[in-house]
Design a binder for this molecule. Structure first.
Ligand code: HEC
Length: 415
């Protein structure tokens, strides 16, 4: 019953998270489009009032006329629209999901028993939780310090972007070394998402408040606040596509179970940023197909790196069963009745979780909807079964102690 309520809470929180993220990212993309799509104002009156650019749009049966002021309008209206709750709600609901899904079961989902680093492989559950929180916090501190030190007056934003790119590769690498693959992708995405929300919370909104306060007092706002808000908004723009891809790839075990998952993750991040760049320029009237084309090339490289080969499947299987209790017998392919043997293995190692009514504590329904109660169900999902067993991803945390031999038998299973 408890597992059922937790699952339901998970669904509702995920619903909120996705809706808030859609609203936030949608608004952010809209404002970048607006900013880059502005044209000099036509009316002399607007030019006199200090209008810097304008955009006419038709949407939902109405005509809209947006104007952006170079500094500020003569008189600030009382009912200014502010954008921040979407950002905060996205972060809070995402963090809630992380707590509910990962931190509630860290031994399963966070700890990486196959890590090359002994300290990481041997983390206890609560230690892994603390390390995950420090990882998120550390990501923000490092990113924020880089912004402050490298380009405090927005004078070296190009160099800063390069530094942020390098930082993300390091984050991807560290996360896959320290945490279980799925959590690593999630946490790398969360480092970017946290930087995005924190940019809004610590810089963009406070800067705007100072600007509004100055204007109300009849003073000229400090231009640094506007410039810095812009700098952080630009970073947020390039984070959006990579963050969404990382959050989604989390459901595709072929990405995060790979030995070079940090490279795949880095390629995803750069591909997302390059594709975003295309749209940013497109709104300003420049069509540069080289950007999405290079993004596509990076994704193809990821496809190529991630492609399963007999070699890396066996390596992953060996690595995962070594960590599960020293079972190092050389893999042997079963000779007799591979079909029924494979099914027996699945009954022994998988159905605790993957059943209509799982017997394993904490599962109220078959995880990922994968039910393996009958031979027909097993046959129908043979490809997925082989993939997750070869990569070592399943059984999750090798909790049911599948051996190398059994993995080889599943690999050789051809009904
Ligand atoms: C301790 C419980 C547990 C055991 C045992 C287990 N699994 Fe899973 N399995 C899970 C969970 C949880 C997920 C969902 C993970 C996710 O969302 O990526 C999952 C997901 C899957 C998926 C879907 C993966 C995807 O990419 O969507 C397949 C296929 C699968 N398991 C097969 C197996 C096979 C085959 C075995 C036995 C060798 C097995 N599992 C043993 C818990 C388990």
């Amino acid at each position: 019953m408890e597992a059922y309520f937790l699952d339901f809470a998970n669904l509702l929180l995920r619903w909120l998270h996705v809706i808030a993220a859609v609203a936030w990212i949608g608004e952010s993309i809209y404002f970048v489009m607006l900013d880059n799509g502005l044209r000099p104002p036509k009316a002399a009156e607007d030019q006199r009032k200090g209008v810097f650019g304008e955009m006419w749009a038709v949407h939902g049966g109405g005509f809209y006329h947006n104007q952006k002021y170079a500094s500020a309008p003569e008189k600030l209206p009382e009912d200014l629209h502010w954008s921040f709750w979407k950002a905060y709600t996205t972060w809070l609901s995402g963090f809630g999901l992380f707590v509910l899904l990962y931190m509630a079961n860290p031994g399963f989902y966070l700890v990486n028993p196959g890590s090359d680093w002994a300290w990481a492989a041997n983390l206890t559950g609560w230690q892994a939780n603390v390390v995950a929180l420090l990882f998120l916090l550390g990501g923000w501190v490092v990113y924020n310090e880089m912004c402050k030190r490298i380009s405090p007056n927005m004078e070296r934003d190009g160099l800063l972007s390069l530094a942020v790119a390098v930082m993300m590769v390091v984050v991807a690498y560290l996360s896959t070394q320290i945490f279980a693959g799925r959590a690593a992708f999630l946490l790398t995405g969360a480092v970017m998402a946290t930087a995005m929300s924190a940019n809004v919370f610590f810089w963009i909104i406070p800067g705007q408040r100072r600007m509004v306060k100055a204007m109300k007092a009849g003073e000229t706002p400090n231009p640094i606040d506007g410039k810095r808000g812009k700098q952080r908004s630009v970073h947020n723009t390039y984070f959006t596509l990579p963050v969404v891809l990382l959050m989604l790839s989390n459901h595709y075990s072929f990405t995060y179970t790979h030995e070079l998952s940090w490279v795949i993750m880095s390629l995803f991040i750069f591909a997302g940023a390059l594709i975003r760049q295309f749209f940013v320029l497109m709104h300003a009237g420049q069509i540069k197909p080289a950007y999405p084309a290079s993004g596509a090339v990076l994704i193809l490289v990821a496809v190529w790196i991630g492609a399963p080969t007999a070699g890396n499947a066996t390596a992953a299987a060996t690595a995962s069963s070594e960590t599960a209790g020293g079972e190092t017998a050389p893999a042997q392919v079963a000779q007799a009745e591979p079909e029924s043997r494979a099914q027996t293995i699945i009954e022994q190692r998988c159905v605790q979780c993957h059943a209509q009514n799982p017997s394993h504590a904490g599962f109220s329904a078959a995880p990922a909807g994968v039910i393996l109660d009958t031979p027909e169900q097993m046959l129908r999902q043979i490809d997925q079964i082989k993939q997750v067993v070869a990569s070592g991803y399943m059984p999750l945390g090798n909790i049911t102690q599948m051996t190398d031999e059994e993995r080889a038998e599943i690999a050789a299973w051809s009904p």
